[in-house]
Design a protein around this ligand. Structure first.
Ligand code: FES
Length: 102
């Protein structure tokens, strides 16, 4: 599920995934080169469904933590805290993470 955030003052893409029943959200920005991970629009899981995979050079991230699991990534994805209450998922702001202004 893609969504937009204001990260460090810039409009940025983010995404949320459900993995093993729990929702996790991250900034959609690879730590190798600041590119979106998607290998197809809004597709970030590898074929096995076990890893978040960057389409550019194959960096793999753990879906539940965002930590680098292999490939050229350098550190973990920027995690966005979420609250899943009765099936309604909301992401939480942080000092460098804000909603877009309308
Ligand atoms: S930009 Fe993601 S692996 Fe290189």
């Amino acid at each position: 599920m893609p969504f937009d955030v204001l990260y460090a003052g810039q409009t940025s893409r983010a995404f949320a995934v459900r993995f093993n029943g729990t929702v996790h959200a991250y900034l959609n920005r690879c730590t190798h080169v600041a590119m979106e991970l998607d290998w197809q629009p809004d597709r970030v899981f590898d074929a096995s469904g076990q890893w978040l995979l960057c389409a550019s050079h194959g960096a793999a991230y753990q879906p539940d933590t965002g930590q680098c699991a292999g490939g050229p990534c350098q550190g973990g994805l920027v995690k966005i805290n979420v609250v899943d209450k009765d099936g309604v998922v909301c992401w939480q702001t942080a000092y460098n993470l804000k909603p877009l202004a309308f």
